[in-house]
Design a protein. Sequence first.
Length: 411
Amino acid sequence: MTTCPVPHGSVPLSGPRFQTDAAQVYRDMRRDHGAVAPVVLDGGVPAWLILGYRELHQVTNDPVLYSRDSDLWSQWENIPDDWPLLPMIGRKQPSILYTVGERHTARAAMIGNALEAVDPFALKRYAEEFADDLVDRFCSTGRTDIIAEYAMLLPARVLARIYGFGDEILGPLVGAINDLIDGGEGAIAGQQLLGGAMYRLLADKHAEPGDDVASRMLQDPGGFSDEEVAQDLMVMMAAGHQPTADWMGNSLRLMLTDDRFAASLSGGRHSVAEAMNEVLWEDTPTQNVAGRWASRDTHLGGRHIRAGDLLLLGIAAANGDPQVRTDGSALTGGNNAFLSFGHGEHRCPFPAQETAEVIARTGIEVLLDRLPDVDLAVPEDRLTHRPSPWLRGLTELPVHFTPTPALGGQQ
């Protein structure tokens, strides 16, 4: 890779510290650099990470100055075709992520309408059925890894069902999504596999439309092309599956290790939602988002930002900004001013947020109902996180419990 000019004191947005204590990394960056810090991405590529809550609001509220148009990036000449972060920082991608103006508004409406039309009772039923089926696979053994055997499987299954996929595609889809988001050597191959699956789905829905998200998107009066719909479905699947799986895993970790949520583990459900809300503040699955590009020279958080600079949205860091979290030790309760679903016109559509919450909460409740004495099987300090610069999720969550018989579909 061509060497890029890197600001002095830039912090690599990778490494073991992000896996062990990302929150401390963000605190150190804020101490050393303020609300906007210079960072380095894979291959020595420079960027800015927005750590301040108010600065993140400022950037996401000004789509003209801080654009989603990645063609503005001044570093493209230094980016090789096999750069592993290309699936997350793409160029010339016709997805909603990189669309601006009226076209973006129309596409956001298409996605929102397609998701809003999903029957909420059917959505919860699918989540319960798939959750019970997954628990049936390990409930008689007395131990499992909640991440690999449960959280990493449930969201994709539910989303595939409401999008219009058959169950046979689930295994390859999950692997492709994980590779894409982790930004490793399999990222580009994962993106290609996911894209192929979406185009095959659309071909099936052209031939035989159904009561599903993909069919509704194809029938939208906006007249979007198959390429646009396929790209948006890829975004929806990746953004809907992995963060939801991590939301489940991070919430269950909190309930298994924090005495404040012990009531949920003794048959009660009243603090599940509270734990999920706490995670969105303290251990949000969506850590950093790429990104915004400065359309002209400007200043932000005391930094001189040049036209074409890449700004990464530091969601986790902004949630922990001491100017808005004056007492980080106190429970957040019902406070939902977190930025975990983004902010501004490119935030996660509300129907998508609702879908993720139904899947995650149902998955947690079913697991606790079926395995009421579930407990962590290893010391908490042995839990590790994936190396992704974008999402924060556990590599595994080993638990043990009293073996129980499978329901076998008989609820």
